[in-house]
Design a protein around this ligand. Structure first.
Ligand SMILES: C[S@@+](CC[C@H](N)C(=O)[O-])C[C@H]1O[C@@H](n2cnc3c(N)ncnc32)[C@H](O)[C@@H]1O
Length: 226
């Protein structure tokens, strides 16, 4: 769906979604920017980080409404937004299960320890139920998408962790919602695991990038390409 998730999510029936995977635009503080290396594009802080950052409470509240009872949500976050997301999500009724750490093969300069990890809050709505693969660890090494390999979005996530989340928290043919679709990583994870996908993206360019990427993967799978 193209548009603002605060608007488009309202079209989804309540309690119809098996799992939410959300990678919201991050807040970057001045200190983050002030130590940005010179290889960062000048506009990097404007489009994705400083633009219209939707209020955490508002979109989390809609996610809660759309999720079925006894379901899971995964929220990518940095340390700057961690506390606010946790506070808002908890106030809405989500309960924290775990914080999953992605150990990246890249790092970001930072004056208070080099940033090598990204965090994913794993929370639930309603009663607790176990994940499908209980051997899954709460940390994993990931290879971040690179420009030279055709990276499509400035904050594109690798498919591997998202695939694990989708597999672990939904049944086959389950419905996964990603309110901040970006380049469509969650859509690819859903195709690869036989799940249904609802993605929302407000940026026209990223929306068509995601659509093409998902269609390309769909055609590959139709031709038997794993
Ligand atoms: C952190 S990126 C997601 C990247 C994605 N996980 C990927 O792997 O490509 C966040 C995305 O949310 C989009 N966005 C920001 N505010 C939005 C809103 N209110 N509704 C829908 N999309 C929004 C941005 O355009 C951006 O593409």
């Amino acid at each position: 769906m193209k548009g603002d998730c605060l608007v488009r999510m309202k079209e989804i029936p309540d309690k119809s979604v098996d799992c939410v995977i959300a990678d919201p635009p991050y807040i970057m503080t001045k200190r983050g920017k002030s130590c940005s290396p010179n290889w960062m594009p000048d506009n990097m802080g404007e489009n994705v980080f400083d633009g219209d950052i939707p209020n955490f409470y508002d979109w989390l509240f809609l996610c809660y409404q759309k999720l079925k009872n006894d379901s899971h949500i995964y929220i990518f976050t940095n340390t700057v937004s961690l506390q606010r997301i946790l506070n808002d999500a908890t106030a809405i009724g989500f309960k924290l299960h775990n914080i999953i750490t992605m150990i990246k093969d890249t790092n970001m300069p930072n004056r208070w320890y080099l940033k090598c990890c990204e965090l994913v809050l794993f929370m639930r709505k309603g009663l607790a139920y176990p994940i499908n693969d209980m051997t899954s660890k709460d940390w994993l090494h990931v290879v971040m998408p690179k420009q030279k390999d055709g990276k499509l979005h400035v904050t594109q996530k690798p498919v591997k962790p998202v695939r694990m989340f989708v597999h672990n928290s939904t049944p086959l043919n389950g419905i996964i919602l990603d309110p901040f679709m970006g380049s469509g990583t969650t859509g690819i994870a859903c195709l690869n695991t036989g799940r249904n996908f609802i993605g929302i993206e407000k940026d026209d360019n990223y929306f068509s990038i995601a659509k093409n990427r998902i269609l390309t993967r769909y055609n590959e799978l139709q031709r038997g390409i794993k």
